[in-house]
Design a binder for this molecule. Structure first.
Ligand code: SAM
Length: 246
């Protein structure tokens, strides 16, 4: 199917995203390393530092939305103390299944709950979590405003919202290289590893359509978050957004 560059209705968008992640679940972690040349590890480290789980046994509850195969949750549990717990929520059962197997292998399953659900409608109570994270996930969510409202609702007052997402490259030469890389190399790697280049074209396109960081920050404020700010990393390839339920 050629869905790369046409306008995609909201319902269809979610289905396309689901297809991509179903087809890639088993090879997802390899794909991340290949496509980001390992950089996603440094970006995720920055997110985990910002989540900053307590090192002592104090209870700390993280909700990692679009958590996929568990990368963020594992890192947070491993860097936190005995009271650190993570809920990994994803719309895709295939990704969660891989996450469950990985959690067992790493002996982390006691500290993790898996939830298959949509970021736009969290089946979770109000004011529950100390932190909400979403890494490379929110651009796949058709109704971003709904996801932000839900994030606000489930955070406790004082809770921290963090979003790691691709952004816009603003260095003169890097932007050219990045364009060449995303429109050529990413679909090509996708074809070699999963036999599916079109899905990756669609993902690259979703990165380009994602709101500019200033716009996303104002959407966060609109949803109720205070002290909304962001930090660009690697020349603007990604941005880490932060806000608080005050
Ligand atoms: N956070 C993980 C990481 O950084 O490795 C996974 C990121 S992966 C690029 C995007 C994830 O978003 C996929 O697992 C996909 O199933 C999930 N996703 C897409 N739409 C979603 C939605 N509406 N609600 C929850 N998760 C969604």
């Amino acid at each position: 199917a050629d869905f790369g560059f046409r306008r995609v209705p909201v319902e269809e968008k979610q289905r396309l995203v689901d297809d991509v992640f179903h087809s890639v679940a088993r090879r997802y972690d390899l794909m991340n390393d290949l496509m980001s040349a390992g950089l996603h590890r440094a970006w995720k480290d920055a997110l985990v530092n910002a989540i900053n789980p307590p090192k002592n046994d104090r209870n700390f509850r993280l909700l990692d939305v679009a958590g996929g195969t568990g990368d963020i949750a594992f890192r947070v549990i491993e860097s936190g103390g005995a009271g650190t717990h993570a809920t990994i929520l994803d719309i895709n059962g295939g990704m969660l299944e891989v996450g469950r197997e990985r959690a067992e292998k790493r002996g982390l399953d006691h500290a993790i709950t898996f939830v298959e659900a949509n970021a736009e409608k969290l089946p979770l109570p109000d004011r529950t979590f100390d932190a909400y994270s979403i890494a490379f996930g929110i651009r796949n969510v058709p109704r971003i405003e709904a996801a932000l409202r839900e994030a606000y609702r489930v955070l406790r007052p004082g809770g921290h919202f963090l979003c790691l997402e691709f952004s816009s490259v603003d260095l003169p030469l890097l932007d050219k290289i990045y364009d060449l890389y995303s429109f050529n190399a990413i679909p090509a790697i996708g074809r070699v590893v999963t036999g599916d280049a079109e899905s990756y074209r669609y993902l690259v396109e979703s990165i380009r359509k994602f709101p500019q960081p200033e716009v996303f920050a104002s959407m966060m404020r609109e949803a109720g978050f205070g002290r909304a700010s962001y930090t660009k990393m690697t020349g603007g390839i990604v941005a880490l957004h932060s806000g608080w339920r005050l």
